[in-house]
Design a protein around this ligand. Structure first.
Ligand code: ADP
Length: 516
């Protein structure tokens, strides 16, 4: 009837807003390349394209023991990394929680906490005496032992001026500590170590993307791109120094060769001119602590996918003249800012995907047919699909704290549909960022046309989203293939850089000691 037609129109409108066809993907990738060029030639551009002063990638033969400290997302990690020199490393690590108070309070309190965590780690876990560069700190015959070298993985935008020096440009991902921006992050950390008389020296500052790249290069023998799809998203790749024209006549530029560039691609589309933006994105952006910043990241990463989905669900609950979800009922998690975690959305998609025979991987073409499980057709679904919807219904009742009588199988199908729209868009956009790097580095041509490369192209990745979200990589690859052609796409190895930020920070500390 008329009300069903009205409902269908609402669903179709939402679905249309989240689609990204081939033309849109090409246009977005072209804009990426343009922003890369701008960022490489001038400072203070939308895409920061930060030179990292890391001028080589490891080949797996490196050795030594180093401390690594990783701040940048949900957890703070302290690790001790031993590079074995055969593409393998040993790693001991401990995670420490960073409270909201620390994230948003005084920077000195945050850095004191980092120093305390390193202190606790050294006391409880470390044997950081095995390195050829580290002398036994308990040896009474060595009165002034060299400090334990530490690499800091700091995953926020930093204007780096040397391997062990960089000013914090801005916070992202929910951090906003006061009196940090504009200061040298290595100095802030070293001051905290010194206040506590810790015999540790921060010798290298590395972004998690750079760590991911270095770590994957160490284990795989080579790597051109390190990319994160976790709480946030970002990528670092190997660029020719001659292309980094904003370095001017600096010594680094004169040296030539290669340098890793941290793109800070999370800020892509901060100008709001390229990505097709929905009201659900606008609401998220307005209510975020960094409106109009990190625009690309807000379409893609773990911190936000649940929230975009929550916004869609709320609009369906509130739909007029008739609610289209949960009998018009909401709940505490649904009414709470960031109340729907991406991990829950991931669980919902997992419940749908597991046991499915027509996986998205097998769907021909780039626009999956979401509507097969659309609300009106639920009654016509085969029994195994009904089972899967029952599982989703159970997750919704539990995780969203909804009364069972207000969650129908249609609702389960609707939530799964909304989740997949948001995640599919995220994965396809992630494909444009990777395609742009492949084109920028001469490994691919936009639109295809590059013949099959003789060697595999190694991409290292890290983050819960790409590790755990069902079909994220499959969807990303479909987008990548449509941008660079099958011949190139099939030679792109996208693998996890396991413990990448820890091993990467160690590799960077080693490089810093080598560079003197
Ligand atoms: P970080 O990027 O902070 O180092 P992670 O890579 O673990 O940490 O990413 C954490 C983010 O991933 C959070 O935003 C969380 O919502 C999301 N997440 C956690 N578990 C999953 C999962 N199983 N599937 C998808 N996303 C997840």
């Amino acid at each position: 009837g008329a009300s069903t037609d009205a409902a269908r129109k609402i669903f179709d409108d939402i679905e249309a807003q989240f689609q990204l066809g081939q033309d849109a993907l090409i246009k977005i990738t072209e804009q990426f390349l343009e922003d890369f060029r701008l960022g490489l030639s001038e400072y203070n551009q939308p895409m920061a394209m930060i030179p990292t002063f890391v001028t080589g990638v490891p080949d797996g033969s490196e050795t030594g023991t180093f401390l690594a400290l990783d701040l940048g997302g949900t957890n703070l990690r302290v690790c001790e990394v031993t590079l074995l020199g055969n593409h393998e490393f040993r790693l001991k690590q401990q995670k420490y929680k960073v409270s909201e108070t620390l994230k948003t309070g005084e920077a000195s309190a945050l850095f004191d906490y980092l120093a305390d965590s390193v202190d606790a780690f050294l006391t409880e876990f470390s044997s950081a005496v095995g390195s050829p560069t580290v002398t036994d700190i308990d040896n009474p015959f060595e009165p002034t032992p060299p400090a334990v070298p530490l690499g800091l993985t700091f995953s926020f935008p930093v204007e780096q001026t040397a391997l062990n020096q960089g000013k914090i440009l801005t916070w992202t991902k929910g951090f906003s500590a006061k009196n940090a921006i504009g200061n040298d992050v290595v100095q802030l950390l070293q001051d905290a170590f010194d206040r506590k008389h810790l015999h540790v020296r921060c010798v290298a500052l590395v972004n998690d993307t750079v760590g991911t790249l270095l770590s994957r290069a160490y284990t795989a023998g080579s790597c051109i791109l390190g990319a994160i799809f976790g709480t946030g998203t970002n990528g670092a790749y190997v660029e020719r120094v001659e292309n980094i024209t904003k370095l001017g006549d600096s010594p680094a530029r004169a040296q030539g060769g290669l340098m890793i560039v941290n793109t800070e691609w999370g800020a892509f589309n901060n100008t709001r001119t390229t990505l097709p933006t929905t009201p659900y994105d606008n609401k998220l952006d307005r209510e975020s602590i960094n409106p109009r910043k990190q625009a690309f990241e807000k379409f893609i990463s773990g911190m936000y996918l649940g929230e975009i989905t929550r916004n869609i669900l709320l609009s369906l609950i509130d739909a007029a003249p008739r609610s289209l979800l949960f009998n018009g009922r909401s709940s505490t998690p649904l009414n709470t800012h960031y109340g729907l975690d991406t991990a829950v959305v991931s669980e919902i998609e997992e419940a749908w995907e597991s046991g499915r025979t027509d996986r998205i991987a097998k769907v021909n073409g780039t626009v999956p047919q979401w509507q097969s499980a659309h609300f009106t057709e639920v009654n016509a679904l085969p029994p195994q699909d009904v089972d899967r919807l029952e599982r989703i219904r159970g997750i919704l009742i539990q995780r969203l704290e909804l009364p069972a009588e207000d969650v129908s199988l249609c609702d389960a199908a609707t939530v799964r549909w909304a989740a997949s729209l948001v995640a599919n868009r995220a994965a396809r956009l992630s494909g444009t960022a990777i395609a742009a790097v492949l084109v920028q580095t001469g490994n691919a041509t936009l639109g295809g046309g590059t013949s099959e490369p003789s060697e595999n192209i190694i991409v290292g990745v890290d983050g819960s989203l790409i590790q755990h979200y069902p079909n994220f990589q499959t969807r990303l690859r479909a987008s990548l293939q449509s941008l660079v052609g099958e011949a190139v796409e099939k030679r792109v190895e996208i693998d996890l850089a396991k413990d990448g930020s820890g091993a990467g920070a160690a590799l960077c500390a080693l490089q810093a000691i080598k560079q003197g």
